[in-house]
Design a protein around this ligand. Structure first.
Ligand code: MSP
Length: 636
């Protein structure tokens, strides 16, 4: 049964280089596309870059280059990364391309003529970090409710899209289509958002303030709001208003993959825009979770980015793709660490898959002239192994359609482990001497099973799988899973694999226990030798507000704190005060931090500073400023 599978990723801002968060979403799209190819669907895969708006303009200005030159340069980093990660996108759209801008203007003109857009006055707060407007009530402590970043008060004439009038129709659509927004928790989030009053959407920016955008076709003094422009990429790329037949065919099968932070723009802005344009709503919007490091979202602005390229260079593209897909449950957050990565690589790929292939290749080369032996009659556990392999494509398809990629991989790897067990049970290494025909049959049986494993891992690790299929005598990849038949392996085909396909790497030891803190001075003991004022000044002491306080899992003594020091993001600090103060007593209070202490890992959690406390007979009392001060105030 063939279907159309049109998959999109968000188009990424070119204010910075790509990081692992972008890589995850793009690789997920690629893996889904490849699974659907195996299932014989017609596939189309679109990704690209979001080049307009304040963020990008500012990034260009900071670098002292013209915005277009900046975009030309940055988009290449994304394209290059996708190519090196074996991402096989069909198209790569840039919002500065004329083919896109023309469609955005045409859509705006149509909406204007239909009365869906009107001129009004905007008053509110603008958050450049997420390129969105908020009302005073929506702000949190005077800052952006989504990013915690700075907001600016604005009052200006602007054009508005009549979004509010589509609210009821949208709620009905979401209620009638339970799998429209996935996972369900996100669907509920959107319904919750829509339960509150919905305003109209400001879709313009006066050129006087921002010129880096697509001009409104009906008022040259304004450019289009970057989200209106960006969302249109999903339709401009596939022929809206240009090739109706192609557009309708692909649009009918569209799956938008997005991060959970851009759920509202897709589920509310985009869907209502489509309604106003008389276009069908997308089939699925799938919101994924975030890759976290020490509970914090990985992104460039946090300076905690692991460059995906560096992992690929050290350990291989396929291992990286495997890790990203196996470790994250689509829709939930996952923690990234190099240790977790290396463990997956060693256990799953090195042991379960790599050893199996290598063991079989050595056996074939040593005892069967390097060629796939003949099949004999089935006996013992043979039928069970075959049955598990033959059931695999159906199982994987069911799981993939349910977006349970990690489970699809796990089910596939379970077959690899079953075949390893089969070899232990049947001992072909020994049987070669006594019953070579049976030994040959067993080896061939295991090779057949391995072919199923590899084929169903092809979407995840295309490069390695293609090589391994060749080296294990199974030719190129099967095009469709339907063609995967037990017994399809050619007798006499050469097995050329020359060594372990996934060499193991040493896993560095994790810090399991907190490093011993220096013994606290007892009260009454004489103070230490004097230090110079200059030495004292080398300590950067700051006052900040505790915005999160919680116990560190598995530790009685430690609390994890997030402290607002007036920096872009709150600081994470681990403090050994859990037996002296309750988290709720610290929350919202101000503390003093040694802000330039070398970061270190405590109980696996990174601590970037230390809070000051007085020690009275071992009882700790946390220091607080005597009156509230601006977060980040220097203490001296
Ligand atoms: N340009 C907009 C999207 C417009 S789509 C019409 C945008 N770009 S972005 O570059 O900031 O982010 C793109 C995607 O990357 C988002 O879906 C976001 O969730 C994802 N990620 C950014 N950091 C991430 C992680 N640490 N982990 C996983 N994905 C995250 O938003």
């Amino acid at each position: 049964m063939s279907d159309v599978f049109y998959v999109t990723t968000p188009i990424y801002y070119v204010n910075d280089r790509p990081h692992i968060g972008h890589a995850y979403c793009t690789v997920l799209a690629d893996v889904l596309m490849r699974y659907h190819r195996l299932f014989d669907d017609e596939t189309y895969f679109l990704t690209g870059v979001d080049e307009h708006g304040q963020k990008v303009e500012e990034a260009a200005r900071k670098r002292g280059v013209d915005p277009q030159a900046h975009c030309d340069e940055m988009q290449a980093h994304f394209r290059d990364l996708w190519a090196t990660l074996d991402v096989a996108n069909d198209d790569f759209i840039r919002t500065t391309e004329p083919r896109h801008a023309a469609i955005v203007q045409e859509a705006l003109q149509r909406l204007w003529e239909k009365g869906e857009i009107y001129l009004g006055e905007y008053e509110g707060f603008y958050s450049p970090r997420v390129e969105k407007f908020f009302s005073a009530e929506e702000l949190v402590d005077g800052r952006c409710p989504e990013s915690g970043g700075e907001v600016f008060r604005l009052k200006e004439a602007n054009y508005f899209f009549r979004m509010s009038k589509y609210r009821d129709a949208l709620v009905r659509h979401i209620e009638d289509h339970p799998d429209f927004i996935r996972p369900e928790s996100r669907r509920n989030e959107v319904l919750g958002f829509l339960a509150r009053p919905l305003g109209d959407l400001c879709i313009s920016r006066p050129k006087a303030r921002l010129s880096w955008g697509i001009e409104l076709p009906f008022d040259r003094d304004f450019v289009t709001y970057v989200w209106f422009d960006a969302l249109m990429n999903y339709v401009s790329a596939i022929g809206l208003y240009r090739d109706d037949e192609r557009f309708r065919r692909l649009w009918g099968g569209v799956h938008h993959l997005i991060g959970k932070d851009i759920l509202t723009t897709h589920s509310v802005y985009w869907t209502t825009m489509l309604m106003a344009l008389d276009l069908p709503l997308p089939r699925h919007i799938v919101a994924t979770g975030w890759w976290l490091v020490d509970q914090t979202k990985m992104s460039k602005s946090l300076g905690n980015v692991v460059d995906p390229l560096s992992l690929k260079d050290r350990y291989g593209v396929d291992s990286l793709r495997y890790f990203l897909m196996r470790e994250m449950v689509v829709g939930l957050d996952a923690s990234f660490s190099e240790v977790a990565f290396l463990k997956r690589h060693n256990y799953d790929l090195g042991n379960d898959l790599g050893n199996l292939a290598n063991r079989l290749a050595r056996l074939v080369q040593r005892s069967f002239g390097g060629r796939v032996p003949e099949a004999g009659p089935e006996a013992g556990p043979d039928a069970a192994v075959r049955a598990q392999a033959e059931a695999l494509p159906g199982e994987v398809r069911r799981l993939v359609l349910d977006l349970r990629i990690e489970a699809a991989i796990e089910t596939t790897m379970a077959l690899a482990r079953r075949i390893n067990r089969y070899l232990t049970e049947t001992e072909p290494f020994k049987a070669v001497a006594t019953d070579p025909a049976r030994a040959g049959h067993v080896v061939r049986h295991a090779l057949e099973g391995l072919r199923f494993v590899l084929t169903l891992l092809w979407p995840v690790m295309p490069r390695k799988v293609e090589a391994l299929l060749r080296e294990m005598g199974a030719g190129g990849p099967v095009r469709r899973v339907e063609d995967l038949r037990w017994g399809g392996l050619a007798t006499g085909a050469e097995v050329t694999l020359a060594g372990p396909p996934f060499p193991r790497f040493e896993v560095p030891k994790e810090v399991a226990e907190p490093a011993k803190s220096p013994a606290r001075e007892e009260p009454g003991t004489p103070t230490s030798a004097t230090v110079s004022y200059e030495d004292f000044r080398r300590l950067d002491l700051r006052a900040g507000t505790v915005v999160l306080a919680e116990p560190v899992q598995g530790s009685k003594k430690l609390l994890r704190l997030l402290v607002d020091l007036g920096e872009a993001e709150p600081r994470q600090v681990v403090a050994g005060v859990a037996q002296h103060v309750r988290p709720e007593d610290l929350l919202g209070r101000q503390v003093v931090i040694v802000a330039n202490l070398e970061p270190r890992k405590v109980f696996g959690v990174e601590s970037r500073g230390m809070i000051l406390a007085a020690s009275d007979d071992g009882a700790l009392a946390v220091l607080h400023p005597s009156k509230p001060v601006k977060p980040g105030s220097r203490v001296s």
